[in-house]
Ligand binder design. Structure first.
Ligand code: SAM
Length: 311
């Protein structure tokens, strides 16, 4: 059909549910081609039904099965699959799906002191910097230089709601500061955020600027074990360094007020977690809450534990 008539006809076909989603509407040489579904025909004079090669939709819907098989940080997809070809196909499908993802990366594990991802580019733009929004809070980060997990969004909000105005908090392994920034957005508190990765501190400072906070955050570059003894005692201490956090319990306890709370994150199987509970008791701390945040491997989970001093 000719272009001038196209809008009315598309509207008519849409109201009769006659447009097929397996191809797309396109124009060529002053004519508009509309893919028809079933036995529908346009009723307007000046139109005709022709058989041509379908044009694929610009945005392919993602198959249900692959939704959730990747993590999204801003407009970047992070895929954890052993089969690189499947990962690349998934990356392309995500980008084509119209989800707003512009770049896809293969993540083959978190490593080193800074807990950064081992990444390989799969599809789309070669970009590693993104602005990620979570709980109406914005974070700027480079996925290749700092740790960040979007899977902790619910846990961060859960913890933030426990905090009361006026608290002094230390985040010992703060990364780009997602726990602290969400807490300070919700509550009028003072938080010291320590991290040994200079890039984490840089992106934390940028992320603080992106949000309107009720509380204040002081970023500190360095090792928690060196900085903590020089800080005032805290009402709350956050310890999100799951593979090593147990080794820092004594340092955290020494910096905690008598009625303060430690939020400890550990990774382990059920039996390993029980072993750690025993060590926690021996260290003079009592468990006041324990919950699984998410699965980590077939046998292990990330576990969130709240602790209080007993001695
Ligand atoms: N809490 C942040 C989050 O949830 O996104 C980051 C957690 S990440 C698992 C652990 C962070 O601890 C990394 O950013 C790493 O650079 C930092 N880190 C490792 N050892 C440290 C230490 N001894 N003192 C201070 N920071 C440390």
């Amino acid at each position: 059909m000719q272009k001038e008539k196209a809008q009315d006809i598309i509207l008519d076909l849409k109201t009769r549910d006659c447009i097929s989603h397996e191809s797309r509407v396109f124009s060529d040489g002053g004519y508009v081609y509309i893919p028809l579904s079933g036995n529908c025909t346009p009723v307007v004079p000046g139109t005709e039904v022709v058989e041509i090669e379908p044009r694929l939709p610009l945005h392919q819907p993602l198959p249900q099965a692959i939704k959730g098989s990747y993590d999204r940080i801003g407009d970047i997809a992070i895929i954890k699959l052993k089969d690189q070809q499947r990962a690349a196909d998934l990356g392309n499908a995500i980008i084509e799906s119209g989800s707003g993802i512009r770049s896809a990366w293969l993540d083959s594990g978190i490593h080193g002191e800074y807990r950064t991802r081992q990444l390989k580019w799969l599809a789309g733009d070669i970009k590693t910097i993104a602005i990620h929004t979570e709980n109406q809070t914005r974070f700027l980060l480079d996925i290749s230089k700092v740790y960040f997990s979007p899977r902790l969004a619910t846990e961060r909000m859960r913890l933030a709601r426990k905090v009361r105005d006026g608290e002094y908090i230390i985040d010992m392994f703060a990364g780009i500061g997602p726990f602290a920034i969400i807490i300070a957005k919700l509550r009028n508190v003072e938080i010291t955020c320590i991290d040994s990765n200079p890039d984490a501190i840089k992106f934390m400072e940028e992320s603080i600027k992106l949000n309107k906070l009720k509380g204040s955050i002081t970023p500190m570059l360095g090792k928690a074990e060196t900085i903590m003894p020089n800080l005032p005692k805290a009402d709350r201490i956050i310890m999100n360094l799951p593979h090593q956090s147990m080794g820092f319990l004594d340092i955290a306890k020494a910096s905690l007020k008598d009625d303060g709370t430690i939020h400890l994150y550990i990774i382990g199987s059920v039996s390993e977690t029980e072993e750690k509970m025993e060590k926690i008791r021996i260290a003079g701390l009592a468990v006041t809450d324990k919950r699984i945040v998410h699965g980590y491997s077939p046998a292990e989970s990330l576990v969130s534990i709240s602790l209080r001093k007993t001695l």
